[in-house]
Design a protein around this ligand. Structure first.
Ligand code: TRP
Length: 350
């Protein structure tokens, strides 16, 4: 059996939204059907605590929310091991070994971490950066390597973190001998999905920016948000030519619209290119495009919302899924850590 391992996770700091879904969640569900892979998906509660140490309740509450989003999106515990990061103490141990192979300077240069620190400062957060936050790429390297992961499906913004994991693996292997596997980021196939903008036109959909459409949003909330979506400020009259650049309506269509949606919901056009051409020419109003987008998103979200509701009424069962997944994940991490301890030379009492 030579299966490749796929592993990824999410911080439980809020419910998951369309950005997560388009970026990696949808892909993870598709990959479930491929027998060539062993799959782990986990809730990164320890990583969430690196910048929420004083709000442990938020993290705790969102562990179950994210689990509900996973199950709603269609992750199947029989095909994907779903676990909780804090339940795998081996990850903390591996992080300790890695810490000594990374410089503070290198962490400070990590573009993802830099951008996150900048955003926190701009939002008037507390002064100072928690050491744990600066070092989260190190703990993330442990999350990945403790399962011998080959592929890590992540959004584009996480690629510097995966790059740093690869550096850590190379450093570890060169010091202690060939022990750990070097993973690869697996980016969304469609460019448009890499980073979904917020409904307000901000570059990124995010909970902290308050511009997200959540998987758990009800039908009315989705419609209301779609109608608010930032489009083209120069497209005032229907007859005005419209612009696609920075137009969130079209960014979402790029991520979610397929040709069959036209036959189903907007038969005047054959495909997205035709719709875009008409918009650019002028004569196509935003509201018409938004109604179309709304239908597409409702069709995508309705089954997710339905499954989510089912599990919402059965939270005990969800916790059992997480517990069983964590036990299984721990077995794998335990095997890798035995190898690591031998390599580092701390296996004193054989
Ligand atoms: N940093 C990721 C995020 O913010 C979450 C994460 C933690 C992760 N550990 C991981 C992702 C390991 C992939 C692999 O969404």
């Amino acid at each position: 059996m030579n299966k490749k391992t796929i592993l990824t996770g999410d911080r439980p700091t809020g419910r998951l939204h369309l950005g997560h879904y388009a970026g990696t969640l949808r892909r993870r569900v598709e990959l479930q059907e491929d027998p060539g892979f062993r799959r782990f998906v986990f809730i990164a509660d320890l990583q969430a605590l690196t910048d929420n140490a004083k709000n442990p309740g938020v993290v705790r509450d969102n562990v179950i929310e994210v689990a509900l989003d996973y199950l709603g999106a269609g992750l199947d515990p029989a095909k994907t091991t779903i676990f909780v990061q804090s339940q795998i103490p081996e990850l903390a141990e591996l992080t300790m070994y890695f810490m000594n192979l990374v410089t503070v300077e290198r962490l400070q240069r990590n573009p993802t971490v830099k951008a996150e620190i900048k955003q926190k400062k701009e939002m008037g957060g507390e002064a100072g950066v928690p050491a744990g936050f600066l070092a989260y790429p190190v703990s993330q390297a442990a999350d990945i390597t403790a399962f011998d992961a080959d592929y890590v499906p992540v959004g584009e913004d996480q690629t510097p973190v995966i790059e740093q994991t690869r550096e850590i693996v190379r450093a570890f292997n060169s010091v202690y001998g060939d022990t750990l596997k070097e993973p690869q980021a697996m980016l969304p196939g469609v460019k448009a999905c890499c980073r979904l903008p917020g409904i307000d036109g901000a570059a990124k959909m995010s909970k902290s920016l308050g511009n997200a459409i959540y998987l758990a949003d009800d039908e009315a909330a989705v419609t209301q948000k779609v109608m608010q979506v930032y489009t083209d400020p120069l497209h005032i009259k229907v007859t005005d030519p419209g612009h696609l650049k920075g137009n969130v309506m079209f960014a979402y269509l790029d991520a979610f619209c397929i040709n069959k949606h036209f036959a189903e919901f907007l038969p005047d056009y054959k495909n997205l290119d035709e719709l875009k051409e008409h918009y650019k020419r002028g004569g196509l109003g935003d509201v018409k495009v938004k109604r179309f987008l709304d239908k597409i998103l409702q069709a995508e979200l309705a089954p997710i919302r339905g499954r989510r509701k089912y599990y919402e009424a059965r939270k005990d069962e969800v916790y059992q899924i997480l517990q069983a997944g964590s036990a299984k994940a721990r077995e794998t991490a335990g095997e890798v850590l035995a190898r690591v301890r031998r390599a580092v030379g701390v296996d004193y009492f054989k």
